[in-house]
Design a protein. Sequence first.
Lengths: 122, 255
Amino acid sequence: MHELSICQALLKQVNHVAADAGCEHVEKITIAIGLLAGVEPGLIASAFAVMKSGGCAAQATLIIESVEVRVECAVCGAHSSVTANRLICSACGGYRTRVIAGQELCLLRVELRAPVHAHSLN
Amino acid sequence: MCRNCGCSLTPESPGRVIEVIQDLLAENDRMADHNRAHFDSHGVLAINVMSSPGAGKTALLEATIVALKGSVRIAVIEGDLATDNDAVRIRSHGVPAVQITTGAACHLDAQRVHQALHTLSLATLDLLFIENVGNLVCPATFDLGAHRNVTLLSVTEGDDKPAKYPVIFRASDLVVLSKTDLLDVMDDFDPGRAAAALQGLGGGIPLIGTAVRRAPSIGAWLDWIDAELHGRDGAYRSVPSRKPLSFPPPPRFGV
């Protein structure tokens, strides 16, 4: 259940973003989770539903974008889409590959709620 | 006043979207880099040892301490949910051990390791083992600041573990097949299948065997440690500091 730790880090970052923008309410949060990140999207969503209460994201929805795993072959240079436990070049079958996508664990964007009483003249 | 541009009217437009693109583990990774800098400044090689519970991490470290006593100055940070049993075992061999009890937490993180470092004298060490919580899932995601990741796979487990838990095995610089002295009674464990599953994770991660009980055999493991400590040319700690295989992740969004 390391997803709790990761959700805690997510909410901390969202709080910073909202505070920097002078906003008290967050509408929507979008994160990316690679299929090789070792993090279960469903558990992040469950943790978020519980942990968001009381903060600026209490009413926010969480969008999770899944990122497929891609490798680059050191031998033939091909890029292939692969499964998380078969990181082999699809073109030549070589195992000397480098993961170029699929490890993402990232806050992408935060959508802030518009102020309700917007006009304030100084 | 509008906090964006300083104008006196706040727009009644829909909510603003702020593009962030920040790693969710950024705080952990900063602390991990800090730990690594500590190790580097004292010339200490730090190795993060991971496996499922009961794969023989502590037993391997005990055998390593006995084998290297007098030539390499070792300390161990022990991570467990509860008890200091493992630290007691390590201390009985005369080397410092710090126990981190994580309570309900299923993994070590860089902050916990940093706190443990405050109770160790790095200046008197060559090699620090960080024995992670027995778990093949959660520890894989957290960089502790170690220079190398080692994952044990015991022959009493399934030989398809690398395919079932690709994240942790792929994050390893070395996989140790432990308890090989039991291979003759573990009919359904095929080291060839384990090697094939590991090779399927790409990168050419090396696999070596160890046994510490009935027919002790840790020569390949000690050779690997020696190479990591001394480098190929034999100069002490000439191996450049680097993060384990999967840290940090490659540039984001290659898709």
